[in-house]
Structures are given as structure tokens and as C-alpha cells.
Design a protein around this ligand. Structure first.
Ligand SMILES: [Cu+2]
Length: 288
């Protein structure tokens, strides 16, 4: 019996020793609770990589993702989703054309019809924020086949919707609509010829050279025929030539020239009406 009781004591002693060993092990997991009371810098250190301070690093990261495209020397062209065109009866075409993307704003909206338009006709031009951009009243030109309205300056990149109300001499009127857009990144391919009182564009081998130019208001542009074929300078559209009629020449023979002065900031697309199939096109952007 003595031996058994000794064994029991020995087992109890060992298990007591186990407890004494395991208790420090239990205290170590508990110790974090005591570390919360310990200086905050110990606690702050492990949390910072998981929960970075909301202010500085998190705001700079997205900004760096956005900045490169806008500051790039080769801007990414904008994309636009145009509404469907609605043509009134007798509508022929317009400047700008439906879905045309300009590098700068047009100076006016010109709509060509194959019928007489009459007083009472209207045109409205709105940006996507519903701001109205027409300036003044509709004018009727070109033997009563054109509706035209001037545009306010300051039109920014974006989509523009043109709605019109075309009236005939019998007093009936019809709705129509089309859309165009402005994307100033398209100006990067233009030749900068600003701050000159006069500039020359040569006409040679079915080309205008330079083909696309930027000039300052009041600049006189001279088209000089340096080739052997006769050419024309004609404002949009073809063959109506009604957008900026001051830019319409007669035939400019080899060695001759034609000039027009541009005052109003905006885009002026043009072509040689004899060589449209050869893609003899040009464009002028007038900027302040
Ligand atoms: Cu030509």
C-alpha cells in the first residue's frame, strides 16, 4: 500500500509539474491584452500595413492612375454614342454632318434642303447638360434652301444634339435631329500656324499642304496652286458649299491663288470640289 500511495504522489507531482510548465504557456497568449496597455507605437506598427492611414497613400494611388492619359503627348480619342438621326422631309445634309467629330467647335449649324424653307423654322443645339448653344435667330440663305444659325463660343469637348423644325411655304413644319461631337485631342495632328497675319496653303498633286492648320483670328489664308491642274477651295458640304460661303473660290488655275480671312474662332472644313474622289480635303481651326 505504501508503494501505491508513493506512486500516486509521484503521479500527482508530475501532473503538478505539467501544470506549472503549462501555466507560463497559457500566460503568453494572454499577454497581448497586456500589450494593448503597453505604448501605442507597438500596436500601431503591425496595423499600419493592413490599414494604411486613409489620407496620403490611398489618394495618391488613384490620382497616378488617372493623370497619365490626360498628360500624355498622344491623347486618347474620346468615344461618343450618338442618337439616331431623324431626317425631316427634303433634308439633304448638314454641317457638321451627323456623327461627325470636330477638333474644335463649328461656327454655325448649316442645314441644306432640296425645297424652299420658310419663316418659322427653328434650330436648337444642346450639350448633354441641356445648355443651349445657338446664338440669335435662324437665317435662310442660298435661294431659300438653307437654314443656318450661329453658335456661341466656348463649346467644350462632348456630344451635341441638333434639333430642327423646318417649315415650308405652305406653313407645314417638320422635325429633324442629328448629333455631332467635339474632341479637341484631334487638334494634335494640325500644323500650328498661329500668330501670323497671313499663311499660305499650297495646292499640288490633289493635296492641300499643310492639310490641317491652326491659325489665330484675323489671319488671311492664301491657297496657292503650285501644281499643273486647276483646283477649287470650297466650304462644307459638297456640293452645297454653304457653311462659310466666303471660303468658296472659283477655279484656281495653275500659278494662281485665292485668299480668305478668318475671324470667328472655330473649325472650317473644306475641299476641292473637282477632286473630292481623290480625297482633296483640308481643315482650318481658328483659336484665340
Ligand atoms: Cu483639286
Amino acid at each position: 500500500m505504501k508503494k501505491l500511495s508513493l506512486l500516486v504522489v509521484a503521479v500527482l507531482f508530475v501532473s503538478a509539474c505539467d501544470f506549472s510548465i503549462s501555466t507560463p504557456a497559457l500566460t503568453t497568449p494572454v499577454s497581448p491584452s497586456s500589450s494593448t496597455l503597453v505604448p501605442p507605437q507597438d500596436f500601431a506598427a503591425p496595423t499600419s500595413p493592413l490599414f494604411p492611414p486613409p489620407s496620403s497613400p490611398s489618394t495618391t494611388a488613384p490620382a497616378q492612375l488617372i493623370v497619365p492619359p490626360t498628360s500624355s503627348p498622344f491623347p486618347v480619342p474620346l468615344t461618343f454614342s450618338f442618337d439616331k438621326q431623324l431626317k425631316s422631309p427634303h433634308f439633304v445634309d448638314s454641317t457638321p454632318l451627323h456623327e461627325e467629330i470636330y477638333a474644335a467647335q463649328p461656327i454655325n449649324i448649316t442645314i441644306n434642303f432640296n425645297f424652299d424653307v420658310a419663316v418659322g423654322s427653328k434650330i436648337s443645339v444642346t450639350s448633354t447638360d441641356n445648355k443651349e448653344w445657338t446664338d440669335g435667330n435662324v437665317v435662310i440663305e442660298d435661294n431659300n434652301t438653307v437654314l443656318k444659325i450661329a453658335l456661341k463660343s466656348g463649346m467644350l469637348d462632348g456630344l451635341y444634339k441638333v434639333t430642327y423644325y423646318a417649315c415650308w411655304p405652305d406653313k407645314s413644319c417638320h422635325d429633324g435631329e442629328f448629333s455631332f461631337a467635339i474632341d479637341s485631342s484631334k487638334k494634335t495632328v494640325y500644323t500650328d500656324m498661329r500668330n501670323q497675319t497671313s499663311v499660305t496653303v499650297s495646292m499640288k498633286d490633289f493635296n492641300f499642304e499643310p492639310r490641317q492648320i491652326i491659325i489665330s483670328p484675323g489671319t488671311k489664308v492664301t491657297w496657292s496652286n503650285e501644281g499643273s491642274f486647276g483646283h477649287f477651295v470650297n466650304t462644307e458640304t459638297h456640293p452645297e458649299h454653304t457653311y462659310f460661303p466666303e471660303q468658296n473660290s472659283r477655279e484656281v488655275a495653275s500659278g494662281e491663288s485665292f485668299s480668305t480671312t478668318f475671324q470667328i474662332p472655330g473649325q472650317y472644313n473644306y475641299h476641292c470640289s473637282a477632286h473630292v474622289p481623290q480625297n482633296m480635303l483640308g481643315s482650318i481651326v481658328v483659336v484665340n
